[in-house]
Ligand binder design. Structure first.
Ligand code: GAR
Length: 215
């Protein structure tokens, strides 16, 4: 089945591009119904337009509070009746007004091995800690920031002279791999959330202890 997805972005849109490419290459049974940005000058909007995808901008500026923005964004996303909403570099925290409405149908890509380094500046924080490895996660979104059930994670090594920028690039390459993979599993109806954990293929993998499908 081909699923309809809405992608939320705030900037560069390289993860959005990885989804567009996977669809173009016939690797992802999905159709991007719309790309929505909270920033009018997001490069990702240009990428979407070049791919012939409808774009919308809903700036967070001018809203009296977070709840009002969440409600407006929820209504905008709902117009497209998505099976799945994908946060691909969307740099706003979404509250219950948004998240509860789409529960189990929103995923986010995050540049760390969650639960490590929720929030911002993950690469600099991993380096400051002297960590030997870092990575990326795709998870279902809940009202707890970057704390929802993990679908897939991937590790990268940290080398001695890494800068945050070099490390970010290494992690980003993996994001471009695991985000389309997670969407594919969702489209193929292979994911279930059970007691706060993600089961792939009815839990066979999790029974083997691979609850986060670490690659
Ligand atoms: C990506 O590294 C993504 O994981 C991160 O922002 C970047 C967006 O890049 N997202 C977060 O930090 C969300 N908490 P992109 O616009 O090129 O896809």
């Amino acid at each position: 089945m081909t699923i309809a997805i809405v992608v939320l972005i705030s900037g560069r849109g390289s993860n959005l591009q990885s989804i567009i490419n996977a669809i173009d290459q016939g690797e992802l049974p999905a159709r991007i119904a719309a790309v929505i940005s909270n920033e009018a000058d997001a490069l990702g909007l240009t990428r979407a337009q070049q791919a012939g995808i409808e774009t919308r901008v809903l700036s967070h500026l001018g809203f009296a509070n977070r709840n009002d923005y969440d409600l407006e964004l929820r209504n905008l996303v709902a117009e497209y009746r998505p099976d799945l909403t994908v946060l691909a570099g969307f740099m706003r925290v979404l509250g219950p007004r948004f998240v509860s409405h789409f529960a189990g149908r929103i995923i986010n890509v995050h540049p760390s091995l969650l639960p490590k380094y929720r929030g911002l500046n993950t690469h600099a924080r991993a380096l400051a800690d002297g960590a030997s490895e870092h990575g990326a996660s795709v998870h279902f979104v809940t009202t707890d920031l970057d704390a929802g059930p993990i679908i897939i994670q991937t590790k990268v090594p940290i080398y001695e002279h890494d800068s945050p920028e070099i490390l970010a690039e290494r992690v980003l390459k993996q994001e471009h791999r695991i985000l389309p993979q997670a969407i594919r599993w969702f489209a193929e109806d292979r994911l279930r959330i059970c007691e706060g954990r993600v089961l792939l293929d009815g839990g066979t993998r999790s029974e083997q202890g691979l609850t986060s499908h670490l690659q």
